[in-house]
Ligand binder design. Structure first.
Ligand SMILES: Nc1nc2c(ncn2[C@@H]2O[C@H](COP(=O)(O)OP(=O)(O)OP(=O)(O)O)[C@@H](O)[C@H]2O)c(=O)[nH]1
Ligand SMILES: [Mg+2]
Length: 732
C-alpha cells in the first residue's frame, strides 16, 4: 500500500492551555493558512470548525477534543519546503474536561502549549504541562494574544520559568505590543516580519528591525545561541569564539530540534491568533522541532496471554501516574513506528455519532490496516471487523481504504472497543498500557420528567458514559433516584443538556453533592474472614487472614499476597483480591468508596471439595469490612486548589469569604494592580462560587479551581455527614 507521506514527515500534535488562551482560534488559523478552510471560523460567533458541538458554540468554549489534519511545508528549518502531514488535536482548557487532555496526550507525539500574553502561565496550563511531563511529550510554547493591552512577552518567559520550572528560550521577539503589535522578529535570522491585515495575515513582508528593538533582540539572540551551543558542535565552536554572527540559521534550527526532543529547553514563539499574526512560523516550528513518530521511543506492550502487570485499583480521584507505555523490561514487547511491523493501535476516544453510529478514534503505532480486515481487541480478547476507516476533520469525515503507522483515524461501528483498548494484529497480539481515568468528584441526582423520558434515560446515559470515562451514573438504591457523577458542575450541566437535546430526555436536576471517600487511619493485623456453608451436597468454604494498613495518599489500593506453602490454592488468590475490591466500593462508615490502603493476604485455609472462587470472594469481603471497622475509618473530602485574581480593593472580601468556606490561603502574590490568591478549599463549600465571587467583587475578580487531593473531614462534620448519608450515595 502506498503511503501519502513518509512517517518522518508526519506530526501528531496537541494544542493545550488554560481555558480561553486561544487554542481553538489558533487551530482555526492553522486550517486557514494550510488551505483546509477557506474561511476563518470565530469562536465567539459560534462558527469555529473545531468547536462543532452546539454546547461548545453556545458557550464559546471547547468541551470535547477534536481531531483534524492539514498539510504544511515550512518556509525555513531542517525540512524547508517539504510537505508534512500534521494531525492536530485541539483540547479543552476547562478543568472539568481534563480527561480530554489526558487521552490526547497519550496518543500524541508533541504539543504546543499556548499562553495568554497578558496573563502568562495560568493554573490549568500548569496542570496540562505536568500531564505532558508525565507522558514525556516534547513541546514548544506559543505566547498568544500579544495584541492585548498588558501583553508582556518577558513576563510570560519568566512565568514559564517560575511556574512550570521549565527553561524557556525565545526564538522570536514581539514587534510592537498591545494595539501596536504587528508581527515578530525571527531571532535565528534576525529579520522582522509584519503581517498584512487585509489578507487576514496570509501575506507578510520582511521589514527592518526597529532601532528601539535592536538591543533587546540582540540580547535575546545571544541567549538563544548560548542555549543552543550545548546541542550543536558548530554553534558551540562559534559561540566560544565569540563569532555569534557566523552562527547560521540552519545550525540554530538543528540545535533547537535536538534540544526540544531531549527536553533540554522549550522554544518560545509569540503572536496573535485572533489578529492573524505569526501563525505560519508556529506551523514551521511544529514541523521543525516537534517529533515525528520515529523520534519517540517504540511503543511497548505485553503479550496479552501472559496476563496484566500487578493490578492496582485507583480510587483516589487523582490523575494517574502512569507513563505513556510500559517501561522497557524483559516481559514487554516493543513496536517500532513502521508499516512493516505487525499492526498495533490504541483506541483513545469513542463518540456516538447520529449519522454513522459509534466512531472509535485510534492512533496507529505500527503496521497497516485495510478496511474489511479483522483485528484483535487485545484488552477484551474479542475480534472486531473494521468495516470503514475515516480520517477526521473535526466532525467531518473522509473515507480511506487503509491506514498506516504513525497516524490518527476513526473506525465506524466497532462494538466491543472502549476507550483505552488495544487493537492489534490477531497473529501478533500485544496489549498496550491501559489509560487510567480520574474518578468523579461531584454528583447530582436527576429524575426523568415523564415515563417516556425514563424509558430512554438508561440507554442514553450508557451512551454518554461510553464516550466519557470520567462520567458515571448509577441508581441510588435507597431513594430510587438516578445519580450522575463527573468532574465538576459544568461537566454535569453539559451532560444534562446533552440528554435533553441529543437524546430527547427531559430531567429535573437536584443539588450537587460531594463525592466523599473513606480510608483507615491505623494498621490492624490478623483479621479473619470465614465463609462456610453446609448445604446438603456441595458446600462452600473460604477462609482468609489479612492485615490492613493505611497507604500513602493517592496510592489507591495495593494488594500483597504473602501466602506461602499453599494455605490458599493459587487459583483462588485473584478471587480474594476481587472480594476486597468489591467491598472497597462501599465503606463501613457511610457507604463511600474506600481508598489508599494496603491489604496483605497472610494466611487462610481451604477445603478440598467445598472451596470455590465465590466463597473466597465472600470471605475476603467480610475480612476486609471487619478490618476497616477495627482500623478507625475516616471520611475524606475532595480539596480544590483555587486561584483567584482580584483587584487589590476586594482582597479583604475575597479572603473573608474563603475563610468562611473553610479555605486555607497557601500563597499570595501580585501582578500589576491585581492580587493573586491561591488557596485550598473543600469542594463541599465551593458550589456556586463563581456567582458569589462575582457579586462580592462586582464581577472584577476571576477564579479557577481544580481538584487537588483528598483530605480528612473535620470530626464534627464527619459525624453529620455519616448520619445523613448512611446507605451510600456513591458506588463507582
Ligand atoms: N485579543 C485576542 N483575543 C484572542 C486571541 N486569540 C483568541 N482570542 C479570543 O479569546 C477567546 C477564547 O478563544 P478560544 O480560541 O476559544 O480559546 P480556547 O483556548 O480554545 O478556549 P477553551 O477551548 O474553552 O479552553 C475568544 O473570544 C477569542 O476570540 C488573540 O490572539 N488576541
Ligand atoms: Mg477551544
Amino acid at each position: 500500500m502506498a503511503r501519502e507521506y513518509s512517517i518522518e514527515h508526519t506530526r501528531n500534535i496537541g494544542i493545550m492551555a488554560h481555558i480561553d488562551a486561544g487554542k481553538t482560534t489558533a487551530t482555526e488559523r492553522i486550517l486557514f493558512y494550510s488551505g483546509v478552510n477557506y474561511k476563518m471560523g470565530e469562536v465567539h460567533d459560534g462558527a469555529a470548525t473545531m468547536d462543532w458541538m452546539v454546547q461548545e458554540q453556545e458557550r464559546g468554549i471547547t468541551i470535547t477534543s477534536a481531531a483534524t489534519n492539514c498539510f504544511w511545508a515550512p518556509a525555513q528549518g531542517p525540512f524547508k519546503g517539504v510537505r508534512h502531514r500534521i494531525n492536530i488535536i485541539d483540547t479543552p482548557g476547562h478543568v472539568d474536561f481534563t480527561i480530554e487532555v489526558e487521552r490526547s496526550l497519550r496518543v500524541l507525539d508533541g504539543a504546543v502549549a499556548l499562553f495568554d500574553g497578558a496573563k502568562g502561565v495560568e493554573p490549568q496550563s500548569e496542570t496540562v504541562w505536568r500531564q505532558a511531563d508525565r507522558y514525556r511529550v516534547p513541546r514548544i510554547c506559543f505566547v498568544n494574544k500579544m495584541d492585548k493591552a498588558g501583553a508582556d512577552f518577558p513576563m510570560c518567559l519568566g512565568s514559564i520559568r517560575e511556574r512550570l520550572g521549565a527553561t524557556p528560550v525565545a526564538i522570536q521577539w514581539p514587534l510592537g505590543r498591545a494595539e501596536d503589535f504587528r508581527g515578530i522578529v525571527d531571532l535565528p535570522s534576525m529579520t522582522a516580519i509584519e503581517y498584512d491585515a487585509e489578507s487576514l495575515g496570509a501575506r507578510f513582508r520582511t521589514v527592518a528591525i526597529p532601532d528601539s528593538l535592536h538591543a533587546e533582540c540582540t540580547a535575546a539572540r545571544l541567549a538563544l545561541c548560548e542555549a543552543c551551543a550545548d546541542h550543536h558542535a558548530a554553534v558551540m565552536e562559534k559561540y566560544v569564539a565569540g563569532a555569534l554572527e557566523a552562527i547560521t540559521e540552519d545550525e540554530l534550527h538543528a540545535a533547537l530540534r535536538a534540544a526540544t526532543l531531549r527536553f533540554a529547553f522549550v522554544p518560545v514563539l509569540c503572536g496573535s491568533a485572533f489578529h492573524n499574526q505569526a501563525i505560519q512560523p508556529l506551523l514551521d516550528a511544529v514541523v521543525s522541532y516537534l517529533p515525528s513518530p520515529l523520534d519517540v521511543p517504540p511503543v511497548r506492550g505485553i503479550d496479552p496471554s501472559k496476563g496484566t502487570k500487578s493490578r492496582r485499583a485507583r480510587r483516589g480521584g487523582r490523575a494517574p501516574q502512569s507513563s505513556r507505555t510500559f517501561g522497557e523490561g524483559e516481559d514487554t514487547i516493543g513496536r517500532r513506528a513502521d508499516d512493516a511491523e505487525p499492526f498495533a493501535a490504541l483506541a483513545f476516544k469513542v463518540v456516538s455519532d447520529t449519522f454513522v453510529g459509534n466512531l472509535t478514534y485510534f492512533r496507529v503505532y505500527s503496521g497497516t490496516l485495510e478496511t474489511g480486515s479483522t483485528v484483535l481487541n487485545a484488552t477484551r480478547g474479542k475480534r472486531e471487523r473494521i468495516g470503514r476507516i475515516l480520517r477526521m476533520h473535526a466532525n467531518k469525515r473522509e473515507d480511506v481504504k487503509s491506514c498506516c503507522a504513525g497516524n490518527i483515524y476513526a473506525a465506524v461501528g466497532l462494538r466491543e472497543t472502549g476507550t483505552g483498548d488495544t487493537l492489534c494484529d490477531q497473529k501478533h497480539p500485544i496489549l498496550l498500557e491501559r489509560m487510567e481515568f480520574p474518578d468523579p468528584v461531584i454528583s447530582i441526582a436527576i429524575e426523568a420528567r415523564t415515563k417516556a423520558d425514563l424509558d430512554r434515560l438508561g440507554g442514553s446515559l450508557q451512551k454518554i458514559a461510553n464516550e466519557d470515562p470520567s462520567f458515571r451514573f448509577y441508581a441510588n438504591e435507597e431513594t430510587g433516584q438516578t445519580i450522575i457523577a463527573g468532574m465538576g458542575e459544568l461537566h454535569l450541566e453539559i451532560m444534562v443538556d446533552r440528554l435533553r437535546r441529543e437524546f430527547g430526555v427531559a430531567t429535573s436536576v437536584g443539588k450537587p453533592q460531594v463525592a466523599y471517600r473513606e480510608t483507615v487511619t491505623r494498621a490492624v493485623v490478623g483479621v479473619q474472614g470465614r465463609f462456610v456453608r453446609q448445604t446438603g451436597g456441595h458446600g462452600q468454604y473460604g477462609h482468609v487472614v489479612i492485615d490492613l494498613e493505611p497507604g500513602a495518599r493517592g496510592s489507591g489500593f495495593v494488594f500483597e499476597n504473602e501466602i506461602a506453602g499453599g494455605a490458599i490454592p493459587r487459583e483462588f488468590i485473584p478471587h480474594v483480591e476481587r472480594g476486597i475490591e468489591g467491598a472497597m466500593s462501599r465503606g463501613v462508615l457511610a457507604g463511600f468508596p474506600v481508598i489508599d490502603l494496603v491489604v496483605r493476604l497472610r494466611d487462610g485455609s481451604f477445603h478440598q471439595v467445598d472451596s470455590s472462587g465465590p466463597a473466597f470472594e465472600v470471605a475476603a469481603s467480610q475480612a476486609f469490612q471487619e478490618a476497616c471497622r477495627q482500623a478507625e475509618p475516616q471520611l475524606l473530602e475532595p480539596m480544590m486548589a483555587v486561584e483567584i485574581l482580584t483587584p487589590e480593593g476586594y482582597l479583604g472580601e475575597v479572603l473573608g469569604d474563603l475563610n468562611s468556606r473553610r479555605g486555607r490561603v497557601t500563597q499570595m502574590s501580585q501582578r500589576g494592580g491585581l492580587r493573586i490568591v491561591r488557596a485550598e478549599v473543600p469542594l463541599a463549600t465551593m458550589f456556586g462560587y463563581a456567582t458569589d465571587l462575582r457579586s462580592h467583587t462586582q464581577g472584577r475578580a476571576d477564579h479557577s479551581m481544580q481538584f487537588s487531593h483528598y483530605a480528612p473531614v473535620p470530626q464534627n462534620l464527619q459525624e453529620e455527614i455519616v448520619s445523613t448519608h448512611y446507605g451510600g450515595y456513591f458506588r463507582f
